[in-house]
Every structure is written in structure tokens, then in C-alpha cells.
Design a protein around this ligand. Structure first.
Ligand code: ANZ
Length: 816
């Protein structure tokens, strides 16, 4: 009887005892393949079925590469800092470190049940000080190069809770905890200047092999656009303001202007009778995030009472404020062309503003960038692109406009007012100490980073590299401390240190001042966001225990770039972009050998609940992969998850399908065990053709993630040939093909077939092209237009032979 649990238990134990090794061999001269799957956040909920899909799929790829003779690295680790652990710890009164350790242990135990060939010798954990030492080190290099700076950004603030909240903690403007009202407030934070890399992050996408949808996501997020900056004067005022437009060709269709409510000009130009309304509107805007503002269908706004002067016609154009214009993009001000922009159209219709068409667009789409200019005076008759050129030329001659490239990408808000993250490896020192810094300028960026505390300017200075890792202090409570400071603000003994201006070393202030060159300093109480540790983890797998460098350059040269990277569709924008940015920075400072971290990036489609809806705990429709392993075996689960459908599509769970895969493996099990008793194969050529076709199909389809067709082809082969004695050599070939999909069962079958070493160390079968050729042909025999019989003849049969055979058929003779 096929008992998957017993077989799987047996092989898990044998593997643990060293029967097979998945450790990438540092000494190997074989060609290398680096297969990477996103490392999980070890949540309290344990492994879910979505995780298993990608681990299993890339496991199949890793196993096949090994069988093809590559030295394969397929590592795993833990993305373990972050808000969910902190909130969980807060709720349950445990330390986040403990919660993390427990969850990792659980995840690891669960993963061991899936038959995935991870190289555990390379395990990394972002919360391990030996790891985050290097996260801090990388940030420090960015700080010194001037890429880390401080700026004020809008954050969610909850007055009731006296704390900053993360986006995830605010739902419809209310705090998730307690449902208190929240509003946007400015807060000074650490930023990373990713925009300095915007152009390269866009352009270098040409050099990588990502799925098209992924490249598009990256490009959209970076949002490179070309257009013009145009300066508008304000009537009866010395003030001017700039707008950014991607459609300079529509300049003659401008009927009103809009400033973002936060625009600095608003307070200067608003007329006294409009003041109250404008102030009220600005207050309302504070309650909305940028995303809300972009997505809302209804347009709102207020007239400021002021007018701008059209730069070409001199006409006066009313200036409004409206929240659909964002402060963070372009110049925070627009020229509105309702005839050719949907948002402007909605706004103009709401407030009864003029709509003036200036492009004769060819179709229905008013915003189409095509057609000829109309109602545009001297520009009439020009195409939109000629029009744009001519208008920019005219503006530029008058000194009020020029061509401009813009990116949607914003600098990265890189601090959190939270506990469970990496501390920043700097200290703040007061301005009176700063002039003495001359000789340690290597600890400061050229452009110093400053903040103002108690009316005094303070300077951020780097810690000496040997001060790393800077670990987290113990704190009384994880509750935020109010006024925008995180839980670290309580750790005064940790915060207040002596800083040596000569060496960048620190000593706690609880000890005596160590010497002349030591000045009082404060540690930073913000921590890094969860994205930090995941922005470079793939580099650490290459050399996880190195304490001299984040990884040995020779090893990086051996392994980088990652050959194949898989993750969820939800990570193909931010995580992918952030890690590409860090990698490019590390390339620029000579730490990594390649411009791009990943050669190929793919994603897996979601597994939906039965009925095609999203799985969620609250709906109680989740599938526990471990339960499925217990009931059907990990091998059946693996085959089923691969069999469900195209890898990148979202597909609904169906337990019947899992039962079917279990049946397939049961058949294979019995066939191998009863091979000798099987009936003789009648036509060897047919058998070989099927077997070699299967090898070819699987060789090609695994490489292109068509795992579902691999499983169905194997099923077809078993259905056709089971019960026959195909001979042990051919059976060994079949078992080898099945091995990446059903790693436990195939070990067992391999043993039954006489194998004494692991099937996973066998070579991947190759097919013989000549065996694929069909040796026989089927013909229909028709008599007076009706098909009466089928005959099979050798493919080289002569016409005469075919005729003779046809006439021998009973069904044929009866009708002639
Ligand atoms: C006039 C115009 C006419 C526009 C037209 C579009 C169509 P993308 O392509 O996304 O870069 N815009 C500029 N700054 C903005 C801001 N801070 N908030 C909201 N909208 C802003 O979009 C650029 C276009 O979005 C710009 O071109 C501007 O509207 C608007 F037929 O100017 B356009």
C-alpha cells in the first residue's frame, strides 16, 4: 500500500542523516546557478499555502539544474524586522526578539515538511546583529556619500494615541487600534535619495530579463515623463509660479490654474473674502493621504480670488486650489486644460469652468496625444508633437518655459518611529562641538545633515565602523512615546553617549567623560524600515558568515547576479526597486561586481480559496499546507500545486485536484513495485517515442515554468503504460523525471529499482531526437465517401502495401 507519510518520514530522516546534500560547493568548478525565492516574514500564523507554491516551484528548477550538472545555490532566510511582530509583541506582552525566534523555529519546521532543497548552511536573519551590522554599514556608506538626509514629510498622526502611525495602521482616516481620527502632519525623517538613481533604474531595465508586466510596473513607478516647465505671472502681484505639464501643446486650452493646497503661494495670493473658505479646505485636505486624493472620483476645490496671466495671450486665468493636485509631484501646480484632461474635465464640470478644445483628436479619447491643433492661433494646423515643440520654443525665447523630464519616483522615507528595526549608526552632536570636527570629516557627509533641538543646531556624525552592529537597547514598553518619537526615546542610558571627535567611538554617559576629544552626543531614536534588510539579503547568502565584509568580492563575482528570482506580484514594485537601488549604489562604491542584482525576475500567481475568492483567516477559507501534507503527503501537494494551472495565474484551490494527484502517485508507486509482473510491451518504438517525448517536454517546460503541463504529461505517460513491464532502465528514466516534483517518493522508487544513492544526484535524462520520430502512420479507409476502417502501417509503406492492407479489412470488403 502507498503510504506517503511513512515514505516521506523515512526520507526526511535519511536526508537529515546526510544521504544527500544541497549545500552549494564553494570549491566546485561547475557552472553556477543562483536560484532565489523571496524570504518570508516569519509571522505568527505560520506557513501558508501561497508560500509553498513559490518554494516548490523554484525547488523544481533548482533540482533540475543540479541534475544537469550545475552547482546550485538555493538559500532561505528570514525577513524578520517589522511592524507586525512589534504589534504582536505589544499585544501579547513578549519581546519581539522572542516572538521572532518562536516564529522562525515554527516556519523552519514547517518548511522541512515540504521536501524543498534549501541550502540551510546559508540561512540569514535580518534581525541577527551579525546580519544587520552590514545593513547599518551600507546605510553608513550612503550617509557619507550624501544619499541619506533629513526632510520633513507628511505622516499619519493620531492625536488620541499621541503617535505616528504607519499607513497600514490607518483605515479610512481612523486608527486601526481604537478607531480614533488621524490626520497628516509634517515630521522630520531620514530620507534616501533614490531619485538620484531614477534615470538608471529606468534605463537599465533594458538589460534584464524580467517578465514584461514586471518591467512595466517598475517603469510606471519610476514614472519618467517628458514635458515642459512653464512660468505663470500673477495678476497685480510680483509673484510668479511654475507648473509642470506633459502637454505643452495644449497651452492655448488653459482655462484655469490649480495649486496644491499646501503650495506656499496659497497664503500669499488668496484674497481676503476667500480666506475663510481656503483655510477650511486646507484643513480638510490634511485628513487625506496622497493615494486617497488621487483615487477619489469627486473633484473638490476652492477659488483663491487671484488670477494668473497666460504667458502667450496675456489673458487672465483664475487660480484655484484643489486636492487632486499633489504637492509632491512636478511643481505642485498645474495649468488646467479641461478639454483634454479627464481630471480637469471633471473639475470644470463640477464648478462650471470653461472647456476649450485645442486639439482635433482623432477618436473618442479626449486625452489622446494625437491630432492637430485648433483654436490655437498661430499654432493651428500643427500636429501635437510639432505644436509642443513650437510652443516650448516660443516660451523659452520669452524666458518663461523650457523642456523638462520628471519622475514620479519620490525619495524614500527611511525612518520609522518604532522599536523593531535597525538603529541608525550615527549620533547627533551640538553645533558648538561641530567646528572641532575638522580631522574626522570622514565621519560626515560633505553636505552636513542637521536638525534643530531646543533651539540649537545639531549635526549627524557617523559611528566608527567598529561600533557596528549598534544593537537595540532594552526598553520598558513598546508603546510609542508621543510627540513623534518611537519607543527608543525611553532608553536614555543608551541615547546619551560620549562621542570621540577623533575616532568616532562612543562611551555611555553613565561613565566618566573619557578624554578631551570626547563630546556629548545623542543616538537617533528612529529605526530603519522593514525594507532595509530585504534590500541586500541576496548578497549575504553568498557569504553569510563573513565578519570582515558584507561578502567576499571573489564569492560575489562567482555568484552574482542572481539567475532567477521569484516573488509575489505585490513585491515587484517597491522591494524590487529598493533592492536594485541599493545594489547600484554598492556597485558605484565598488562592493558588488554587477550593475543589476537579478538577471531574471518572475512571479507566482496567488492560490485562491475554493470558489475563486481570496483566502483569509476571517473568512475561514484558508488551506493549511501542513494539514494537506498530513492527509495526502507533501509529494501529492507539490504535484497538485504545480498542476493547478499556469504558474503566474491566480487559481482557486480544489481538493479534488489534490486527490487526483495523489492517485497519480499511487499508480506510479504500484507500477514500479509490480514492474516485473507487468505485461510485455507490444511496440517498443511507441514506448520509446512516448518516453523521449516526455523527456523533451519536461526539459523544456520546467525551464519556462510550465509546471502544469509537466505534471499532465507525466500523468498521460503513466496512464498509457502502467501495468506493462517497460524495463528497469526506462523506469529509472521516468523516476528521474518525476524526482523534482515528488522528491520523497522517487527516492523510495529509486531504491526499489536498485539505486543505492540518492535519485537527486542522478543526471537529468536526455532525449534521443531519432526516437521521437513516428514510425507508423494511421490511415482512414473510406468506401464511397464513408469511413469504414482505420489501418496502421509503417511510415515508409508503399501505396501498394496500403491498398492491400485496406482491402483485407472486413469492414471494407463488406462494402465493396
Ligand atoms: C496640462 C495638461 C493637459 C496635462 C492635458 C495633461 C493633459 P504624468 O503624465 O502623470 O506625469 N500634473 C502635473 N503636476 C501635477 C501634480 N502635482 N498633481 C496632479 N497633477 C499634476 O502627468 C503630468 C500631468 O499631470 C501634467 O500635464 C499636469 O496636467 C498634471 F491635456 O498639464 B497636464
Amino acid at each position: 500500500m502507498f503510504d506517503p507519510n511513512q515514505i516521506e518520514k523515512k526520507w526526511i530522516q535519511k536526508w537529515a542523516d546526510g544521504y544527500v546534500s544541497y549545500t552549494a560547493d564553494p570549491e566546485s568548478t561547475k557552472d553556477k546557478k543562483y536560484i532565489l525565492v523571496e524570504f518570508p516574514f516569519p509571522s505568527g500564523a505560520g506557513l501558508h499555502v501561497g508560500h509553498t507554491k513559490s518554494y516548490m516551484a523554484l525547488d523544481i528548477r533548482a533540482r533540475k539544474y543540479r541534475m544537469e550538472g550545475y552547482d546550485v545555490m538555493y538559500p532561505m532566510g528570514w525577513d524578520a524586522f517589522g511592524l507586525p511582530t512589534e504589534l504582536y509583541a505589544l499585544k501579547n506582552g513578549v519581546h519581539p526578539r522572542e516572538a521572532t525566534a518562536t516564529n522562525i523555529a515554527r516556519f523552519k519546521e514547517q518548511m522541512a515538511r515540504l521536501g524543498v532543497s534549501f541550502d540551510w548552511s546559508r540561512e540569514v536573519n535580518t534581525t541577527d546583529p551579525k546580519y544587520f551590522k552590514w545593513t547599518q554599514w551600507i546605510w553608513l556608506q550612503m550617509f557619507k556619500e550624501g544619499l541619506a538626509y533629513q526632510d520633513s514629510t507628511q505622516v499619519w498622526w493620531c492625536e488620541e494615541l499621541k503617535t505616528v502611525l504607519a499607513n497600514e495602521e490607518v483605515i479610512d482616516g481612523k486608527s486601526e487600534r481604537g478607531g480614533h481620527p488621524c490626520e497628516r502632519r509634517p515630521l522630520t525623517q531620514w530620507m534616501l535619495a533614490i531619485t538620484k538613481y531614477a534615470d538608471r533604474l529606468d534605463a537599465d531595465l533594458d538589460e534584464v530579463d524580467y517578465l514584461d508586466v514586471i518591467k512595466t510596473q517598475q517603469r510606471n513607478w519610476i514614472g519618467k515623463s517628458t514635458g515642459a516647465r512653464v512660468t505663470f505671472a500673477i495678476q497685480d502681484s510680483p509673484e510668479t509660479f511654475d507648473i509642470y505639464t506633459t502637454r505643452p501643446d495644449t497651452l492655448m486650452g488653459v482655462t484655469y490654474m490649480v495649486l496644491a493646497p499646501e503650495h506656499e503661494l496659497v497664503s500669499k495670493i488668496t484674497t481676503s473674502e476667500k480666506q475663510a473658505q481656503v483655510t477650511e479646505y486646507i484643513e480638510q485636505t490634511k485628513k487625506k493621504s496622497d493615494l486617497d486624493r488621487q483615487q477619489q472620483k469627486e473633484k473638490t476645490g476652492v477659488f483663491t480670488g487671484a488670477y494668473a496671466v497666460h504667458p502667450l495671450t496675456g489673458e487672465s486665468v483664475p487660480i484655484w486650489i484643489a486636492d487632486y493636485v499633489l504637492m509632491g509631484y512636478g511643481t505642485g501646480a498645474i495649468m488646467a486644460v479641461p478639454a483634454h484632461d479627464e481630471r480637469d474635465m471633471e473639475f470644470a464640470q463640477t464648478f462650471g469652468l470653461e472647456i476649450k478644445p485645442v486639439v482635433d483628436v482623432p477618436g473618442e479619447d479626449i486625452g489622446a496625444k494625437a491630432g492637430t491643433l485648433i483654436n490655437s492661433g498661430e499654432f493651428d494646423g500643427l500636429s501635437v508633437s510639432e505644436g509642443a515643440k513650437a510652443i516650448i520654443q516660443k516660451l523659452s525665447a520669452a524666458g518663461v518655459g523650457k523642456e523638462e523630464t520628471q519622475f514620479k519616483l519620490r525619495d524614500w522615507v527611511f525612518s520609522r518611529q518604532r522599536y523593531w528595526g535597525e538603529p541608525f549608526p550615527i549620533v547627533w552632536i551640538a553645533e558648538d562641538s561641530y567646528p572641532q570636527l575638522g580631522d574626522i570629516s570622514e565621519y560626515c557627509p560633505q553636505e552636513p545633515v542637521t536638525r534643530v533641538r531646543d533651539g540649537k543646531t545639531e549635526y549627524a556624525v557617523a559611528l566608527h565602523p567598529e561600533e557596528l552592529p549598534l544593537t537595540l537597547p532594552e526598553v520598558e514598553t513598546l508603546e510609542p512615546q508621543g510627540l513623534g518619537e518611537g519607543p527608543l526615546a525611553q532608553a536614555t542610558d543608551w541615547i546619551n553617549v560620549w562621542y570621540d571627535l577623533e575616532t568616532g567611538r562612543t562611551q555611555p554617559q553613565t561613565e566618566q567623560k573619557p578624554g578631551e576629544t570626547w563630546v556629548p552626543a545623542q543616538r537617533e531614536t528612529d529605526t530603519m524600515p522593514n525594507w532595509a534588510g530585504s534590500s541586500w539579503y541576496f548578497l549575504r547568502y553568498v557569504d553569510p558568515n563573513n565578519d570582515q565584509a558584507l561578502a567576499d568580492p571573489a564569492k560575489l563575482a562567482d555568484w552574482m547576479p542572481v539567475d532567477l528570482y521569484n516573488g509575489g506580484m505585490e513585491h515587484v514594485t517597491l522591494h524590487l526597486l529598493y533592492s536594485r537601488f541599493w545594489h547600484k549604489f554598492l556597485y558605484d562604491i565598488g562592493v558588488v561586481p554587477t550593475k543589476e542584482p537579478y538577471k531574471r525576475r518572475i512571479f507566482h500567481g496567488m492560490i485562491l480559496a475554493e470558489g475563486g475568492v481570496k483566502m483569509s483567516k476571517s473568512k475561514g477559507n484558508t488551506i493549511d499546507p501542513l494539514e494537506m501534507c498530513d492527509s495526502f503527503g507533501a509529494d501529492s501537494l507539490r504535484c497538485y500545486i504545480m498542476f493547478m494551472g499556469p504558474y503566474d495565474e491566480a487559481i482557486a484551490w480544489d481538493t479534488n485536484g489534490l486527490v487526483g494527484c495523489n492517485r497519480f502517485l499511487t499508480k506510479a508507486y504500484h507500477w514500479v513495485h509490480d514492474l516485473e509482473q507487468g505485461s510485455a510491451v507490444e511496440n517498443e518504438a511507441d514506448l520509446d517515442r512516448d518516453l523521449h517525448a516526455l523527456i523533451k517536454k519536461m526539459t523544456e517546460d520546467i525551464d519556462s515554468q510550465k509546471f502544469n503541463t509537466c505534471v499532465s504529461s507525466m500523468m498521460e505517460f503513466v496512464n498509457t503504460w502502467q501495468g506493462t513491464n517497460i524495463g528497469s532502465e526506462r523506469m529509472k528514466t521516468f523516476v528521474t523525471l518525476l524526482a523534482p516534483f515528488a522528491p520523497h517518493l522517487t527516492e523510495e522508487l529509486w531504491e526499489v529499482l536498485g539505486g543505492t544513492t540518492s535519485v537527486h544526484m542522478e543526471s537529468w535524462p536526455t532525449y534521443d531526437e531519432s526516437k521521437l520520430e513516428t514510425t507508423e502512420v494511421d490511415y482512414q479507409v473510406h468506401v464511397n465517401g464513408k469511413m469504414r476502417a482505420m489501418i496502421t502501417v509503417g511510415k515508409d509503406a508503399s501505396e501498394e502495401e496500403i491498398k492491400t492492407l485496406s482491402l483485407e479489412q472486413n469492414a471494407v470488403t463488406q462494402h465493396t
